[in-house]
Design a binder for this molecule. Structure first.
Ligand SMILES: [Zn+2]
Length: 436
């Protein structure tokens, strides 16, 4: 079932026509009403009239998060305050906050985008949706809430925190669908289990919509089995809208982009040129319907790829793959793009090793050399040479086939690698001529 069948299963040619028309309107809205675009389009020698095909879009300049920070607070607004219905802002933990305004139409579209995901987990007006994302300037809570209201669900706005009460509400109010971050979903599940419940069989919950932070495949499985639910991954970012830009259907192979509202490109983050469909790179989004804060070619820094094969669920909108990381984390090793998250993904499939690892890059002659140090699990007999060599060989072969790069592996005893209190240091780049 679909929330908006006429849009979600629209003939692709019609959808492309709709995208192009809306893209032209969006570029015009940006150019006519925002000084930043008049300047940046001018520097690139283009006007909205030059946008006659999708290929023409590549002539237009990018917008970065820094541009939005520089525009703080309202310089990227295309509408006067009388038309603004709500303002959200990013946390600003890594610099100046970014502020995004929404008109009433922008909020309506946002609710509809998220509502499509509620149907992807078999929800509908009969469903009870518990929103355990934080409410506030962060877009998670109110975004999911708007989705529930668009569908006509009974929405329980628990926000985050007070986890025992979350569990009690979930049980007593017969929550069907939970929306929150993956890590909070896991905490809710574990808390329910600690309270003596078996949520996977005792609670009626059948779906979960989780996003705003990365989750490994193992973590997804753990959440899905502990709660007994279908897991729906949701993608979004506050600069573009919030959760609902893309959502994962029951086929579990990628997230359908709301292509009637967003046009996605994938670029090589080094050359900034578009890559063919199916290749990994940085996601660049152009908003097609945003009235207050239109964005033309916004560089998300998120790494994914386009999946253009038709989906068995019947939706015609293309998909993005599960995010692989951020371009800021990307390493170029012998000309190949490698993400620490890819290495981590391989490591987690080997029960003999822990997820504590360190990658050291050096030049050995003309070639890059990769040393991966990984801690073994406490039970592994690290003194038994044959078992050690066997594990190294298997891990090395798996990494080679996943990354297309040879890696020297050093297995070390548990708790040998340095721990940090904040973000773990995973990569040391000692190569000459690179600045990582
Ligand atoms: Zn699908």
């Amino acid at each position: 079932m679909y929330f908006q069948p006429e849009i979600e299963t629209m003939d692709r040619e019609k959808l492309r026509d709709l995208q192009l028309t809306r893209m032209q309107e969006s570029a015009k809205n940006a150019f006519d009403n925002i000084e930043f675009y008049r300047k940046s389009f001018g520097e690139a020698g283009v006007t909205p009239d030059d946008l006659k095909s999708f290929d023409d879009l590549t002539k237009f300049p990018f917008v970065t998060k820094q541009d939005m920070r520089d525009a703080y607070p309202f310089a990227m607004f295309a509408r006067p305050m009388v038309d603004v219905a709500r303002i959200h802002a990013s946390s600003g933990t890594t610099g100046q906050a970014t502020v995004v305004g929404h008109t009433a139409n922008d909020l309506k579209h946002w609710g509809e985008c998220f509502a499509r995901g509620i149907y992807m987990v078999n929800g509908g007006p009969q469903s009870t949706l518990q929103v355990s994302y934080g409410y506030g300037l962060f877009t998670g809570g109110l975004g999911a809430h708007a989705g529930g209201e668009a569908v006509g669900c009974a929405v329980i706005p628990t926000s985050s925190g007070n986890t025992k009460r979350q569990v009690q509400m979930m049980r007593d109010c017969k929550t069907d669908i939970l929306a929150c971050t993956p890590s909070y979903a896991l905490l809710i599940a574990d808390t329910a289990i600690e309270m003596g419940y078996k949520p996977w069989e005792e609670f009626p919950i059948s779906g979960g919509i989780f996003g705003a932070e990365p989750a490994s495949d193992n973590m997804r499985e753990e959440i899905a089995s502990k709660l007994g639910i279908q897991y729906c991954d949701v993608y979004g970012l506050s600069e573009i809208m919030g959760p609902g830009v893309a959502m994962e259907c029951a086929e579990r192979h990628g997230l359908h982009i709301a292509e009637d509202h967003f046009y996605c490109e994938i670029i090589d983050p080094e050359t900034l040129k578009p890559v063919p469909d199916g290749e990994w790179g940085e996601l660049v989004i152009t908003t097609l319907t945003r009235e207050c804060c239109p964005l033309i070619r916004y560089r998300t820094r998120d790494v994914t790829r386009i999946i253009s094969e038709p989906c068995a669920c019947g939706r015609t909108h293309r998909k993005i793959d599960k995010l692989r990381g951020r371009t800021d984390d990307m390493l170029i090793i012998r000309g190949v793009n490698v993400f620490p998250s890819q290495i981590e993904q391989v490591i987690t499939t080997f029960p003999e090793v822990a997820t504590h690892y360190l990658i050291t890059l050096t030049n050995k002659g003309p070639l890059d050399h990769v040393l991966l140090q990984v801690e073994t699990e406490p039970g592994f007999p690290i003194d038994e040479i044959r078992k050690l060599e066997d594990l190294k060989a298997r891990l090395g072969a798996e990494l080679k086939s996943n990354l297309q790069v040879s890696v020297e592996i050093q297995l070390v005893e548990p708790k040998t690698l340095e721990r940090s209190m904040g973000k773990a240091k995973r990569v040391i780049d000692l190569r000459e001529g690179t600045h990582a």
